[in-house]
Write a protein of this length. Structure first.
Length: 169
């Protein structure tokens, strides 16, 4: 569960009654794609011929450029999540991160899903290293676009509990 019961209107697009602008929505998708791609190798090391998660990351970027419909990007996200289901550990979380990134066009709040799953992938890949998740989180935060930085950091604090507490300091 990565979506809250009560939606923050700052993460709902203006077309749906919220205040999130289209440019900021695109920035969230691009950031989510970057978070997912950073851990994608954990999936590809296990399933090198399965392109569904990489296709989902690319779909997030293509959607953000306005060259793919939201429904097509979301479908690719679903395919990436399908690739995740039979797996365990870092590979599974990496594929889920990719799937979440592709779904940001549909629901902007999936940005944290991509980030949280990427952190879970890093933690699972390095089970003996208690700081692996924090390093991944800090890497992600270093790449946050300034235009959405405060919004994402506030959202991380607000949804930390439903995102496996991966965002806590």
């Amino acid at each position: 569960m990565i979506l809250p019961e009560v939606r923050d209107p700052r993460l709902v697009t203006v077309r749906r009654g919220g205040t999130l602008s289209d440019p900021d929505h695109r920035l969230l998708a691009l950031w989510a794609a970057e978070c997912a791609e950073h851990v994608l190798h954990f999936f590809e090391d296990v399933r090198p011929s399965d392109t569904r998660p990489r296709d989902a990351v690319e779909a997030a970027r293509v959607w953000a450029r306005g060259e793919l419909t939201m429904m097509d990007a979301r479908a690719r996200g679903g395919h990436a999540m399908g690739a995740a289901r039979p797996l365990r550990g870092a590979a599974r979380y990496a594929a889920y991160a990719a799937g979440q990134a592709a779904c940001v066009g549909h629901v902007p709040e999936h940005d944290l899903g991509a980030a949280a799953y990427a952190i879970k992938a890093a933690q699972a890949a390095h089970p003996g290293d208690p700081s692996a998740g924090r390093r991944e989180r800090d890497w992600q935060r270093d790449r946050l676009p300034e235009e959405v930085r405060a919004l994402v950091l506030e959202d991380q604090a607000r949804r930390n509990a439903i995102c496996w507490s991966v965002f806590e300091d």
